[in-house]
Design a protein around this ligand. Structure first.
Ligand SMILES: [Mg+2]
Length: 230
C-alpha cells in the first residue's frame, strides 16, 4: 500500500507533480477500443449502453469487455503495440524528472498492459491503475485496487483523489488527460497546468474552462520544463 508519510509530505512542498492519464494521453489509442474493434466476438453486448444507463459502473463495463477476450496472450500483446505509446517517452521522462517533476500515472484502465508498455519503453513510473492478470480462455481479469488509498468504485482509481492528495501536500500539480473520467481531476488544477485533448477538451470548452491543448504527450513535457525554468 502506498501512503505518504509526514516526511514525504514536507519534502513535497517544493515539488512539482504531473498526474497523467495513460490511454489516449500517453498513447494514441485506448486499449479497450482496440479490444472491442479487433478481438471481441460480434455478439458481445454493448456494455457502454449499460454504463450510460447507470446499470454498470465505468469499471464494470471495462471489466466485462476485458473478460470477453477469448484470444491467447500473444495476440493481446500484439494488440497493445497498436496503442502507440509516445515514441520519445524515455527522453521526455528523463528531462521532466531532471527539471524536478514527479510523474504519476492515474488510469481507469488496467495496470497489466500499462506495465508491459512502460517496461518495453524501458521507463519506470509510479502507476495507479486497476490490477489485472491474463488467463488464456478467461481473458484479462481486472480487479478493483482495493488496497489503494485512491480507490473509486466507479472508475477503480480516483484520479481527482490523487490530484487532491498532491495539492494538499503543497505541490504544484499539472494534469493531462483526454477523456470523460479525467474531467474532475483536470478541473482541480490551474488552466496553465491543465492539458487536454479529445473528449476532455470538448467538456472543458463546453464548461468555459481554460486548458492547454496537446497532440502528443512529449509536448506536455516540453511545456512543463519551460515552466520550471521561469
Ligand atoms: Mg484516456
Amino acid at each position: 500500500m502506498w501512503r505518504a508519510s509526514n516526511i514525504e509530505r514536507i519534502a513535497l512542498n517544493n515539488n512539482r507533480v504531473l498526474v497523467t492519464d495513460f490511454d489516449g494521453t500517453m498513447t494514441d489509442r485506448d486499449f479497450y477500443s482496440l479490444v472491442v474493434e479487433q478481438l471481441l466476438p460480434r455478439d458481445v453486448p454493448d456494455y457502454w449502453i449499460d454504463y450510460r444507463a447507470g446499470k454498470l459502473t465505468h469499471f464494470e463495463a471495462l471489466q466485462k469487455y476485458f473478460q470477453a477476450i477469448t484470444t491467447d496472450e500473444s495476440t493481446v500483446l500484439k494488440l497493445i503495440n497498436q496503442m502507440k505509446l509516445v515514441p520519445s517517452l524515455k527522453e521526455s521522462v528523463s528531462q521532466l524528472e531532471a527539471s524536478g517533476w514527479r510523474i504519476v500515472i492515474a488510469s481507469a484502465g488496467c495496470k497489466w498492459y500499462i506495465d508491459k508498455l512502460l517496461s518495453k519503453a524501458a521507463v519506470s513510473l509510479e502507476v495507479h491503475a486497476n490490477p489485472g492478470r491474463f488467463e488464456s480462455g478467461r481473458g484479462l481479469l481486472m480487479e478493483l485496487p482495493i488496497e489503494s488509498p485512491f480507490l473509486s468504485h466507479l472508475h477503480g482509481v480516483d484520479k481527482a483523489g490523487i490530484v487532491r492528495h498532491f495539492l494538499e501536500a503543497g505541490a504544484m500539480v499539472a494534469f493531462a488527460g483526454d477523456g470523460f473520467p479525467d474531467v474532475e481531476a483536470a478541473k482541480m488544477v490551474t488552466a496553465d497546468l491543465r492539458f487536454a485533448r479529445r473528449d476532455l477538451a470538448d467538456v472543458l470548452k463546453r464548461d468555459g474552462e481554460g486548458f492547454q491543448p496537446f497532440d502528443c504527450w512529449s509536448e506536455i513535457a516540453d511545456r512543463l520544463i519551460e515552466i520550471s525554468k521561469s
